[in-house]
Design a binder for this molecule. Structure first.
Ligand SMILES: [Fe+2]
Ligand SMILES: [Fe+2]
Length: 213
């Protein structure tokens, strides 16, 4: 690769990372966060603090989704699969928008460790993609399955009064299930059990940390 090409490549990746970490991607008219129902009751300060912590974690998950899909698109030589990952990343941008906007509405801030989460997810996505396309797609299916389980836990923990955050998570859950099924249908292989356990452990560390930082 020529020096100018390497520089262009690095600037593009940095730009994509900064857009995920430090900006809120635009949502199309029909997908605005404003379309989700407002809360009918004012949440107590305690409820609000819990919603902030949980929505911060969900925002981190969407930052990681951007990193994973960008890295996996980069890793595959298959142009059709590249398009698949780019399309999924675009859909995930709606989730990134909703979680960032909801955090703002609640008066919360994103995780200060987002650069670290993005970097870690990018390396993981690149590693999975370098093994094979089937492993890369299987990694997506397993990730989305674990995200679904995580969203179920958050739906249990969200304060009753926060119907607006609940509606956002329910919609995200629907999309994540579809992303997992699409990756499986595209040829994803089941990931080996030790990798599955490692992913679960890392997910738990990330979610517990992001609730506070
Ligand atoms: Fe998502
Ligand atoms: Fe997803």
């Amino acid at each position: 690769m020529k020096t100018s090409t390497v520089t262009d490549f690095c600037i593009k990746q940095l730009d994509l990372a900064l857009r995920s970490i430090a900006a809120v991607p635009l949502a199309c008219e029909s997908q605005q966060v404003a379309n989700f129902p407002q809360n009918s009751l004012e949440p107590s300060p305690g409820d609000c603090a819990l919603s902030v912590a949980l929505m911060r974690v969900n925002h981190v998950g969407e930052v990681c989704a951007q990193a994973l899909y960008q890295a996996q698109a980069l890793a595959t030589p298959n142009s059709e699969l590249k398009r698949h990952f780019h399309t999924a990343a675009l859909e995930e941008q709606q989730h990134l928008n909703w979680t960032a906007m909801r955090l703002r509405e609640l008066g919360g801030r994103p995780s200060c460790l987002n650069p670290l989460w993005y970097g870690g997810a990018f390396v993981l996505g690149l590693a999975a993609g370098r093994v094979s396309d089937a492993v890369s797609l299987g990694f997506v299916t397993e990730t989305e399955r674990q995200v679904e389980a995580h969203l179920d836990e958050h739906l249990e923990r969200l304060p009753e009064s926060d119907q607006r955050s609940r509606a956002i998570l329910l919609r995200m859950r629907e999309d994540e299930i579809r992303h997992g099924a699409d990756a499986e249908a595209a040829g994803g292989q089941p990931v080996p059990a030790p990798l599955r356990w490692a992913m679960t452990l890392m997910g738990k560390i990330m979610t517990r940390t992001a609730e506070r930082f």
